[in-house]
Write a protein that binds this ligand. Structure first.
Ligand code: NAG
Ligand code: NAG
Length: 341
């Protein structure tokens, strides 16, 4: 789940494909590929939202600044308990005082696993792996049509290639601008109009201070996130069952999957913003087949499942690496757009 609010004018809510209208990113637009526009909806602020925004604005402008008397803690611009530094993840990541040590270690583990996914997606492991085939499966046939005669097709392919590299680099060796911050919360989003629920694993927003230009990319991890299995746990669980191991549908949900899904929404990966046009393997596959790269190139789960697919293909020595629709176990073929992430 992604929200990309702009401090200045409005909060834009991305609600899958339910809303469509014009969209402004906090990040300056580069040359536009054609038709990426069925993206985030725009929601005018009502008076209560506006008042809330005005209220936090002063603190956002100051962020990040230390809590008086303790410079290891940072004030929460949204009135929560102070944040502390989180080590071993992206630089300039702060975690809310609302998160327990156990929750922090679950997030850290998810980050480590998500890093492995992005390494696999960036070709770190098996050199002879057929990346083209898996990328086509999740991101559509035109994912690498960088020399296509049509500008829009070509541009989208350039964007897919660039984004995959960028997400890999972000995990590997992020050199962040001093204005770039990641804020991670647990259970409480401290936002109007959004709270954790049984069907929500996480939500992500970005805000930029007009005055300091600090960009805060904020992710809330919900209670249901902390109950998810780890990818390692799933692999271990299925290790004696070749049939399950070979079906990626058994690896649709994990802590690392949710974390990586949220990271794909971060503004730091550049324009265009990655939205939620389809959730879940079944719907992403449908997106790749029916709508192709034209839509899949801006869909978070499409990139995420692509990475997980490559990771598993590299990890498990399948006889047959070709992704197939029969790789989904039927239970995962939910057609509903449940907002799981
Ligand atoms: C993508 O296309 C370029 C040439 O346009 C090619 O060199 C490269 O191998 C392709 N990548 C994959 C993974 O097929
Ligand atoms: C994908 O294409 C189908 C059929 O044209 C259309 O109904 C659907 O809205 C498209 N999905 C997206 C996310 O654009």
């Amino acid at each position: 789940m992604l929200f990309l609010p702009l401090l200045v004018w409005y909060i834009s809510l991305v609600l899958g494909i339910a809303q469509s209208s014009s969209y402004k990113s906090a990040i300056k637009q580069r040359q536009a590929p054609d038709e990426p526009q069925q993206l985030p909806g725009e929601q005018r602020l009502n008076d209560a939202d506006q008042a809330w925004l005005d209220n936090i604005k002063a603190e956002v402008d100051l962020f990040p600044h230390a809590v008086e008397g303790d410079d290891t803690l940072t004030v929460d611009p949204l009135q929560g308990p102070p944040f502390r530094r989180m080590e071993g993840v992206f630089p300039q990541t702060l975690i809310s005082g609302e998160c327990t040590a156990e929750q922090e270690s679950i997030i850290k583990r998810a980050w480590d696993d998500a890093k492995l996914f992005t390494e696999a997606q960036n070709g770190k492991w098996k050199k002879d792996y057929d990346y083209d085939k898996t990328h086509k499966f999740w991101l559509g046939d035109d994912w690498n049509a960088t020399t296509h005669p049509e500008a829009g097709v070509r541009e989208r392919a350039v964007i897919v290639n660039r984004k995959i590299k960028l997400v890999g680099r972000l995990f590997k060796e992020a050199h962040l601008h001093h204005n770039q911050w990641f804020l991670w919360r647990c259970n409480n989003a401290r936002r109007l109009n959004w709270e954790c629920s049984d069907v929500r694993n996480a939500g992500t927003w970005a805000e930029q201070s007009e005055r300091t230009q600090n960009i805060m990319e904020m992710t809330t991890f919900c209670e249901s996130f902390f109950k998810l299995e780890t990818i390692g746990g799933q692999v271990a669980q299925h290790k004696d069952d070749a049939d399950k191991l070979a079906k990626i549908g058994y690896f649709e949900q994990s802590t690392a999957k949710t974390l990586l899904h949220e990271v794909w929404h971060y503004n730091i990966l550049g324009w265009p913003p990655i939205a939620d046009l389809a959730y879940g393997m079944y719907n992403c596959r449908k997106l790749a087949i029916v709508n192709g790269t034209k839509r899949a190139f801006i869909n978070s789960d499409s990139y995420t499942f692509d990475a997980i697919n490559i990771y598993l293909d590299n990890l498990i020595d399948y006889h047959d690496d070709d992704p197939k629709d029969s790789d989904y176990h039927p239970e995962s073929n939910s057609d509903s757009d449940v907002d799981m992430n």
